[in-house]
Design a protein around this ligand. Structure first.
Ligand code: GDP
Ligand code: MG
Length: 596
């Protein structure tokens, strides 16, 4: 297809505003999926995506559309909508010339609409504003058309009105894509350069790499090179998705398609990297490539220690399809053998733990998420701490923590409550802006560590679900942080150590010691539970001694009952962990960590 007849676009929307439904309708109206094969959310392939209604992995589909007597190839690139995956979103956007800004006509603009719009504008995309769900009785398109027009600087009449559900307005939208979005430009005679915007692991075909051709062309059987690693591969197959893969004779300037080289690990085909020909290839890679860095760390342990090998295997498998997942073995006194894992953010953590339990049937315990602290010691050395147990106790000169800029969108009635919440999380107000009479954007600079600690849950409950949140990294900042340890009869329980602000150390210490007192059964001796900063005790609870003699209850006679009791006690022992002399049921650790 000549570039003049190609249009590359994506749909940007807040979660639930109807991106997947609209995509489905487009597939149906352009005829690439027959009515018979249509099922809801055709493109959301992973089960977990469909169930939770979120798009995690992007995909590209080519659709034919006739306008002005010509047939055009419309390439729709589906982008992940969540903040954890900003880098992947930015690469998907970089593969397009235009974006549909899709907004629910009953909800209006939300935080992720804005975050993704800004990314689209940074990539110089042409924006087509669209209100969706106009079939809803609660839709207020006049009001939100004005809101959208004000936001992107246009006229309310130019905002399209559609329903992804009924299909109303979708043909007009396809025509607008052809009219308004610029055709791709590139140098057909230059050495090949293709940008990878997604790579997906497929159990049967190995890694499927999605690319946007920028210059030159690629054809099957030629040798290609990944420019970041200089690794060479044979191009076994090249083609377009429509939406099932269709092999082709090659891809030229402006085209979007997939490559298969037989590699088995998405790390060999990295999002953002440039693909070129091995012979006579390009010398300069396309701009914008970086390695995504994990921001949030957590320990993952099997509840049953004998599942450790299975957990390792499961992580190895997930890594094949998720280049940003990191992990290394770690041991904990309280929890045994497990892995320290690094994630792009909280949703990423949730997705991975959910997949581990759902796809691999593992029962897991996850320690409280931690961020990356830069600790400078008294000898001037810098230590990176992603696990409180690595904290260089007693040698700390200063600590810096990662900061984020947050944007919170909310109805104006909740401004007071949310400001209080942000202040209690050490936020500093950057600005406040009214989007309409009803809707306000609050911007705060906050420590990421405060956000990973159930901030989102509090935000939702304090605003009855009406607030939406987006954040982006904003450097490191020094803070008065301390490590709080929890001790059982003088022995540290590593899984409960936390790095917190000095002002919150006492609250954390009291909370954990109280929880543990309620959860740990009495022993034959008195057990002090303490919280400490270094050698200084900041909170204390005591479990009183108990003389436990199960057999005392059976007066002589009943032998079988006696045996049963002994066996029961033995079983109980198996799930006990020893901390020093103290026996703690593993359930107590789990309950204390999950806060139940
Ligand atoms: P996404 O998160 O942006 O991909 O949103 P989905 O396409 O999954 O849609 C979210 C919810 O809105 C689903 O329950 C859809 O059935 C519903 N929905 C999507 N589009 C429309 C529409 O045009 N009208 C109505 N009434 N509901 C819609
Ligand atoms: Mg979706």
């Amino acid at each position: 297809t000549p570039p003049s007849q190609i249009r590359n676009f994506c749909i940007i929307a807040h979660i639930d505003h109807g991106k997947s439904t609209l995509a489905d309708r487009m597939l149906q109206i352009t005829g690439v999926v027959s009515d018979r094969d249509m099922r809801a959310q055709y493109l959301d392939r992973m089960d977990i995506e469909r169930e939770r209604g979120i798009t995690i992995k992007s995909q590209a589909v080519r659709m034919p559309w006739s306008a002005d007597g010509d047939t055009f190839a419309l390439n729709m690139i589906d982008t992940p909508g969540h903040v954890d995956f900003t880098y992947e979103v930015s690469r998907s956007l970089a593969a397009c010339e235009g974006a549909i800004l899709l907004v629910d006509a009953a909800q209006g603009i939300e935080a992720q609409t804005l975050a993704n719009l800004y990314l689209a504008l940074e990539n110089d995309l042409h924006i087509i504003p669209v209100l969706n769900k106009i079939d809803l009785p609660a839709a207020d398109p006049d009001r939100f058309a004005k809101e959208l027009a004000d936001l992107i600087g246009g006229k309310p009449e130019d905002v399209l009105r559609v329903s992804g559900k009924t299909g109303v307005g979708v043909e007009e939208l396809l025509d607008r894509i052809v009219q308004d979005i610029p055709a791709p430009v590139g140098d057909a005679d230059a050495p090949a350069r293709a940008m990878i915007f997604d790579s997906v692991y497929d159990a049967y075909r190995g890694v499927v790499t999605y690319v946007r051709m920028v210059d030159g062309s690629l054809s099957p059987r030629e040798r290609i090179q990944m420019m970041s690693t200089h690794a060479n591969h044979e191009l076994l197959e090249i083609g377009v998705s429509s939406p099932e893969p269709i092999p082709s004779k090659g891809l030229g300037v402006g085209e979007v398609g997939y490559l298969i080289t037989g590699v088995k690990d998405v790390r060999q085909s990295k999002v953002g990297d440039t693909v070129t020909s091995s012979r006579g290839g390009a010398t300069e890679a396309l701009a914008g490539y970086t390695d995504p860095k994990p921001m949030v760390f957590s320990g993952i342990y099997p509840i049953d220690g004998s599942d450790y090998a299975e957990l390792r295997e499961a992580l190895d498998k997930l890594k094949l399809s998720d280049a940003s997942l990191q992990y290394e073995p770690e041991t904990s006194v309280a929890l045994g053998f497990g892995f320290r894992c690094g994630f792009l953010g909280l949703l990423h953590l949730e997705i991975i733990t959910e997949r581990l339990s759902r796809e691999f049937g593992l029962d897991l315990i996850t320690t409280a998420p931690s961020v990356i602290y830069e600790v400078t010691t008294d000898t001037g050395e810098t230590v990176t701490v992603t696990n409180p147990s690595e904290y260089p106790d007693g040698r700390v000169a200063s600590v810096a923590e990662p900061m984020v800029k947050t944007a919170i969108l909310l109805p104006k009635d909740y401004v007071g409550t949310v400001m209080e919440l942000c202040q209690s999380r050490r936020g500093s107000l950057l600005g406040m802006e009214y989007f309409s009479e009803e809707r306000v954007e609050l911007r705060y600079r906050m420590p990421l560590g405060e956000i990973v600690f159930d901030f989102f849950d509090h935000l939702k409950s304090k605003t009855q679900g009406y607030a939406s949140l987006d954040y982006e990294p904003d450097g490191q900042q020094e803070a008065d942080l301390v490590k709080v340890d929890v001790l059982l009869q003088g022995d540290k329980v590593d899984a409960f150590s936390a790095i917190v602000h000095r002002d919150k150390a006492y609250a954390y210490g009291t909370l954990m010691t109280e929880r543990l007192r309620k959860l740990i059964p009495r022993q034959n001796f008195e057990v002090p539970i303490q919280a400490a900063i270094g050698a200084r005790i900041i909170a204390r609870e005591t479990i009183r001694a108990l003389r436990k003699d199960v057999l005392a209850k059976c007066y002589g006679g009943d032998i079988s009952r006696k045996r049963k009791l002994l066996e029961k006690q033995k079983e109980g022992k198996k799930r006990m962990k020893m901390v020093g002399r103290v026996e703690v049921p593993q359930e107590a650790f789990i309950a204390a960590l999950s806060g139940d």
